[in-house]
Design a protein around this ligand. Structure first.
Ligand code: HEM
Length: 396
């Protein structure tokens, strides 16, 4: 039986044969801890859309996992993603408003300049490390700009974000848990001066997320804890996921050189290609919901109160939804993948993430059309987030 807390050998390298077996043989896969894993596209669709039967509040799960009142508990139970209305609606409305088309359009020239600058810096090297030197460097700057974090203070954001999101893994060592708690506390302390500075000098709320979050009023007003924890969430949410998108895409294109050549010859394919990378190697492989009532899937009853894992990585290769799901088709359309989840919690940053993917991957292959990934590539080794820790490449 597939156990999320003890994945089989070879899983991190290639989870897809295991996902296929889950989808076809045990679409309702009970876990030893009483949780359950769903893996078919239509089942995830149903769960994401029905917020009456499937809720996002995770206090019942995170209490025993992190300890009620602990830093990780406070963070993960206050961020919008693990909440239902009214907190979810209040915070989401502000965030969606701040990522309006005008704000995103304003970001694009800076993003192009950032990517080109990173590509220039690689020009002298024959060998480069695509995560540290490229895929990981882009989102940290984008989100840093989005929240107005001074450039010279962004150094620790990546480690904090990895530690806080890493604490969502199904199985944690004591050390990982301690690192996660410490990261939340340090992050809050760091944000204090950013928030105080912004209170003293607010920016344009049309484009500045933090100013917007701070200027909520009346019933919409966020408490101090809600403000801090949702700032931390937005920094985290857009970071590892986007790094994984860029790294996974460059690795996929290295494995499929004919497709890479096609993309270079037809740069207009980049929009559909980015969605295909997101489908084939979803940066976020697992989501969760709690059954609010007894629910039934494939003749099995899932009792109220059950923690349901949603296997995005498996659903995105479901042949009931996608023709030839293991084939990388740069022009796949329609492509209704769940890489950004679905329903009312659909990723707020999806347009920004697609823009980052389009600019980073498109410009990289254009500049270094013959790159090759080296033998030292190392997967991140996580279940929830799929990406690379190291991705060495030759650029000639
Ligand atoms: C390739 C990059 C990204 C992927 C794959 C991704 C994926 C996801 C997924 C799967 C969820 C839903 C979680 C759930 O409800 O179970 C989500 C939510 C969210 N994401 Fe993203 N994300 C990405 C980039 C970003 C960026 C760049 C931002 C912001 C700057 C962002 C902000 C958010 C927010 C605020 C939510 C919470 C939405 C809600 O609960 O209503 N994400 N993302």
């Amino acid at each position: 039986m597939f156990d999320l807390t003890a994945p089989p050998d070879g899983f991190h390298q290639d989870p897809y044969p295991f996902y296929r077996a889950l989808r076809e043989e045990t679409p309702v896969c009970w876990q030893p801890d009483g949780t359950v894993l769903l893996s078919r596209h239509a089942d995830l669709d149903e769960v994401y859309r029905d917020t009456n039967r499937f809720i996002s509040d995770k206090k019942a799960v995170f209490g025993p996992k992190f300890g009620v009142g602990s830093p990780l508990y406070e963070h993960h139970t206050t961020s919008l993603v693990f909440n239902d209305p009214p907190l979810h609606t209040r915070v989401r409305r502000v965030m969606v408003g701040a990522m309006n088309p005008r704000a995103l359009a304003q970001m694009e020239p800076g993003l192009i300049a950032l990517v080109d600058d990173l590509l220039d810096q690689m020009a002298d090297k024959v060998q480069t490390e695509l995560i540290a030197d490229f895929a990981g460097a882009i989102p940290i700057e984008v989100i840093g700009n989005l929240l107005g974090i001074p450039r010279d203070e962004r150094g620790q954001l990546r480690d904090w974000s990895l530690a806080i999101l890493g604490a969502l893994e199904p199985r944690l060592t004591e050390e990982q848990m301690a690192r996660g708690h410490r990261a939340v506390s340090d992050f809050k302390a760091f944000l204090r001066h950013i928030i105080e500075d912004r209170a003293a000098s607010p920016r344009d709320p049309e484009t500045d997320v933090l100013t917007r979050l701070m200027q909520t009023e009346g019933e919409q007003r966020l408490t101090e804890v809600e403000l801090y924890q949702n700032c931390i969430f937005i920094l985290n949410a857009g970071h590892e996921t986007t790094t994984n998108l860029i790294g996974n895409a460059l690795a996929l294109l290295d494995r499929h050189r004919d497709k890479r050549d096609r993309l270079i010859a037809n740069p207009g394919l980049i929009d559909t290609a980015v969605d295909e990378f997101l489908r084939m190697e979803s940066p976020n492989q697992l989501g969760n919901r709690l059954a609010a009532t007894d629910v039934e899937f494939h003749g099995e009853t899932i009792p109220a109160g059950t923690d349901i894992h949603l296997c995005i990585g498996a659903a995105n290769r479901d042949p009931r939804q996608f023709d030839d799901p293991d084939d990388l088709r740069l022009d796949r359309r329609p492509n209704k993948h769940h890489a950004f989840a679905g329903g009312p919690h659909t990723c707020v940053g999806l347009t920004l993430a697609r823009m980052e993917g389009r600019i980073a991957v498109g410009r990289f292959v254009d500049r270094y059309p013959n790159y090759t990934i080296g033998a030292g590539a190392v997967r991140g080794g996580r279940l929830r987030f799929r990406g690379f820790a190291h991705l060495p490449a030759r650029l000639d």
